[in-house]
Structure formats: C-alpha cells, structure tokens
Design a protein around this ligand. Structure first.
Ligand code: S3P
Length: 194
C-alpha cells in the first residue's frame, strides 16, 4: 500500500470512530502505571482530539503537586477535588481524558463518564505496573515500605469496578504506539459492527 493509501485508510478509520463516539470523550481508566497518560496523548493525536490529563488539571486547580495535596490535606480532600475536576472536564469539549487510577472508584465520576464518555480500561499485570511505577516516586499511595503489596490490594479492590468500562484493552510491555494501534482498530471495528 502506498503512503497516500495508508493515510487515506487511517483518516477513514478516524472518521468512523468519530461518528461512533458522537461527540463523547474517550476516558482512560486503569491502575497507576497502566500507561493512561502516554497512550492517551498518542491516541488523541491519532484521532485529532485534544488530550487532557486529569491529574495535571487537579494540580493546576490546587496550585500544588499531588504529593503536596495528599500531605497537606489528605486523600479524602484529593478525591473531592478529583471528582469535581473530572466533572468540569467532561462537561467541556470532546477530548481524550486520562484519569488517575482511583478516579473511577467514585460513583459520581462513573456517572459522569457514562454520561459524557466512552470508557476504556487499560488493564495491566502486576509486574508491568510495578516496573512502570518504580521509574518515578510521585505517587503518594505507593510511598510506603511495600508498594507491591499496596498494588496487589488496589488490583483486587479496583479491577472489579473497572469492569464497568465500555472496552478493555490489555496494556502489555510493548511500545505505546502498538497499544494505540490496537485501540484504534478495536474502536473502528466497534464503529462498524456496533
Ligand atoms: C492514584 C493515581 C495517580 C494519582 C494519585 C492517586 C490512585 O494517578 O491520581 O496519586 O489512587 O491510583 P496515575 O494513575 O495517573 O498514576
């Protein structure tokens, strides 16, 4: 296939996906380290949609980093801000929205996502999550003596709730573009066959 044909196919696929979305945002959920931000950014570029990272928006709104919000005000305060910010974002323009790992545990957020979004759960195994989160020390929930045990607990608490997503994609140890390609193909397939 020539370059022009490939790019024509890609824009046809994107158009089909847009039609299927009908103005809804794509909302990425999944545990810390699942790749929501990196994959979301690339997915948005491929679909020509704006990308928003809920965690960054929370930091901007608070004028503090997430570790600072947890340290100064506690997790409960963070969760309240998180659901407010996500509600505001979902009521604004259509976008690809990456949420923090705990966001979808809020019933208010699940309702907002169901109303305004198409929700994709980026599911990943414990080993991959641990490999990814160990690269940075910016997640308050994992700043303890046994982050792996914490992650296991979060998997058992959250995975059953994440099954409420419209689509599940396995986030494997592959380049992000591979996973993005898989999301695009699956969405195009869904758009075609419902
Ligand atoms: C959290 C995940 C983080 C961030 C905060 C709490 C969680 O986002 O919102 O540290 O509860 O899982 P990422 O999933 O983007 O790391």
């Amino acid at each position: 296939m020539s370059k022009a044909q490939t790019s024509h196919r890609a824009s046809e696929k994107a158009a089909r996906i847009h039609e299927h979305l009908g103005g809804r945002s794509i909302v990425l959920i999944g545990l810390m380290g699942a790749g929501k931000t990196s994959i979301g950014r690339r997915l948005a570029a491929r679909l020509d949609l704006p990308f928003t990272d809920a965690d960054s928006e929370i930091e901007i709104a608070a004028g503090k980093t997430i570790p600072e919000i947890f340290a100064d005000h506690g997790e409960e305060h963070f969760r309240q801000g998180e659901s407010k910010v996500i509600e505001r974002l979902l009521n604004a323009e259509q976008q690809v929205l990456a949420t923090g790992g705990g966001a979808y545990m809020s019933a208010q957020t699940r309702n907002n996502v169901a109303e305004h979004g198409f929700c994709i759960w980026l599911r990943a195994e414990l080993d991959l999550l641990m490999k990814r989160v160990s690269r940075r020390n910016n997640r308050p929930l994992l700043m303890n003596t046994d982050p792996e045990e914490t992650m296991k607990r979060l998997i058992s608490e959250r995975h059953p709730v994440y099954t409420g997503a419209d689509l599940v994609i396995d986030s494997r140890d592959e380049p992000h573009d591979v996973i993005v390609g898989e999301i695009i193909d699956t969405l195009a397939e869904l758009a075609e066959h419902g």
